[in-house]
Design a protein around this ligand. Structure first.
Ligand SMILES: CC(C)(COP(=O)(O)OP(=O)(O)OC[C@H]1O[C@@H](n2cnc3c(N)ncnc32)[C@H](O)[C@@H]1OP(=O)(O)O)[C@@H](O)C(=O)NCCC(=O)NCCS
Length: 193
């Protein structure tokens, strides 16, 4: 397993007052609102931790630009939501880390920022006592992004999506939505890759 190395132009920091939250923009309004209005408060209450990607060369200690961010929270998952081959223990509840939010600034499209964010998030998950990494894909684009990073749909979601597909089919609608879709990767699969 290769450890994450941040490209030299960038640096990861924990979200603080030194970061310029109002200037962050991305395509998904709820992800902008969360960063601006809620992330720091949740962090203060110990609900989650938000990590921001900033420029390594920013000249001042304050007003640092946010190129991207993700938020981690502790979670757990019922063993039977995992597919058979991923049921690694007999515990009924499996410790997990949820990558609750992840977004890059819209001015940084197509520069691999999503990859940097997810690799560092996974690296932090490996250092926590968690067996499973969870994400919630909010739409098809996010689903493709997480699939590219080897996340799979949970069994529970697969069943729900099949049901939705069947109902939509009855009304002659071709595509099933079924979002947000909860997806997972085991930390064991990351360690052995
Ligand atoms: C999901 C997200 C983080 C992925 O970021 P990303 O991997 O850096 O990719 P971008 O969205 O900037 O751009 C995607 C395109 O850039 C391309 N790309 C990625 N890295 C690249 C690189 N280093 N050089 C050139 N192109 C690159 C991809 O192949 C893709 O091309 P396509 O549109 O032709 O398929 C980003 O789209 C985002 O922040 N979206 C809004 C928030 C969101 O939906 N978050 C998901 C949580 S549910």
């Amino acid at each position: 397993m290769r450890r994450f190395v941040c490209p030299p132009d960038y640096a990861f920091e924990q979200l603080s007052y030194n970061h310029n939250r109002p200037s962050f923009q991305c395509e998904k309004a709820p992800l902008v609102k969360f960063l601006r209005e809620q992330a720091r408060q949740d962090q203060d209450k110990g609900m989650s931790k938000t990590h921001v990607l900033t420029l390594a060369t920013h000249p001042e200690p304050t007003n640092k630009p946010i190129i991207g961010y993700f938020t981690l929270a502790n979670a757990s998952i019922p063993l039977y939501d995992l597919p058979h081959n991923a049921r690694m223990s007999k515990h009924q509840e499996i410790p997990a880390t949820l990558i609750a939010r992840l977004a890059r600034h819209q001015n940084y499209r197509k520069r691999g920022i999503g990859d940097i964010l997810i690799h560092y998030a996974i690296d932090l998950c490996l250092q926590a006592p968690c067996a499973v990494i969870l994400v919630d894909a909010k739409d098809e684009e996010a689903f493709k992004f997480y699939s590219r990073h080897k996340f799979q749909l949970l069994d529970q979601n697969k069943k729900a999506r099949t049901r939705i597909q069947r109902v939509l089919g009855m009304f002659g609608l071709r595509r099933a939505i079924g979002y947000p879709a909860r997806m997972f990767r085991t930390t064991a699969s990351v360690r052995t890759e």
